[in-house]
Design a protein around this ligand. Structure first.
Ligand code: GTP
Ligand code: MG
Length: 289
């Protein structure tokens, strides 16, 4: 996460300030700036101030440790045990341009390298050249891509990809879907249809909905998570673009409000820029430690 200014500001606060009311006020402002959201930022600093008063803690290092512990309490790491002798269907969801297709390709490479059988499903039949984009990735990675003609029903693509997985003795199907605004009802209904098919075709407990969130989005990410979660139920998040101006605090707000774990973090455009989420490492980086 290249959030120089934000992390630097936190470091500056923790290294120079006296621990008084101003310190906690400034910390609240910085947590808001870090995309934790105002509500959670206030709660965190209030709790932290209480903790310091009760335990007579005045050292910056102890305070930041406590803050780290508190933040870590809001997020979890998603850990899916993928058995590729079964039919697994993982759908990548999210609003336009967050990195769904790139993430599908990165995940395909990651699991292929981990020895799993992987199939990519081009279930974005809406955006121009979306199928070609996924096919290009499939060719580069040596991963099979199931795709239909442009403009056809995306649930039929998921249906066929799941059939292909079953016919080959099981596989992990990674389904790319069309970017949709979370406030467009018809697109949400379409997603519910794809979800119904995916869950019917996958083996029990092997259908997962992965919401891709652009790490630079800020608090709007919480709203996205709420809407997708309400529509189809979100099992885990992938946070992309953590290499740019992402501050990353929204994972704590989403974790607190919706209890959705984080699966992977993306740190660039290359296939290898995908790392399993580690809440301690992520939080340390968030706090600029
Ligand atoms: N820097 C950076 N860029 C990324 C990352 N992930 C994706 N991108 C870029 O973001 C842009 C959009 O990525 P896509 O994968 O096409 O996004 P999408 O969600 O499939 O987009 P739509 O299908 O149009 O909704 C591309 O230029 C990607 O290279 C990341 O982790 N870091
Ligand atoms: Mg796409």
């Amino acid at each position: 996460m290249a959030k120089i200014t934000f992390a630097q500001k936190l470091r500056n606060l923790f290294s120079s300030a006296k621990i008084d009311g101003d310190f906690f006020e400034e910390l609240t402002d910085l947590l808001v700036e870090g995309d934790v959201g105002a509500k959670l930022a206030f709660e965190l600093t209030e709790e932290l101030e209480d903790f310091c008063r009760k335990n007579k803690v005045f050292e910056q290092e102890k305070i930041i440790e406590e803050l780290e512990r508190m933040l870590c309490g809001f997020v979890n790491q998603a850990d899916f045990d993928i058995d590729d002798s079964k039919t697994n269907v993982f759908m990548l969801l999210g609003v336009n341009g967050v990195g769904k297709t790139t993430t599908a390709a990165k995940l395909a490479r990651y699991f292929k390298e981990g020895g799993k059988k992987v199939i990519l499903a081009a279930a974005d039949t809406f955006r121009a050249a979306a199928e070609e984009q996924l096919e290009m990735h499939g060719q580069k990675l040596g991963v099979r891509v199931v795709s239909h003609n442009h403009g056809t029903d995306p649930s039929a693509v998921v249906f066929d990809a799941a059939e292909a997985a079953r016919a080959s003795g099981g596989a992990l199907v990674l389904a790319d879907t069309a970017g949709r605004l979370h406030n467009k009802e018809n697109l949400v209904r379409e997603l519910q249809k794809i979800d119904r098919i995916a869950c019917q075709k996958a083996d029990e407990g092997c259908c997962r909905k992965i919401l891709v969130i652009d790490g630079t989005t800020g608090q709007n990410a919480v709203r996205q998570a709420e809407v997708f979660n309400e529509a189809v139920g979100v099992d885990a998040l992938v946070i992309t673009k953590c290499d740019s101006t992402a501050k990353g605090g929204m994972v704590y707000a989403i974790g607190k409000e919706l209890n959705i774990p984080v699966w992977f973090v993306c740190t660039g455009e290359k296939y290898s820029d995908l790392i399993p989420f580690d809440k301690i490492a992520y939080t340390r980086e968030f706090l600029g430690r």
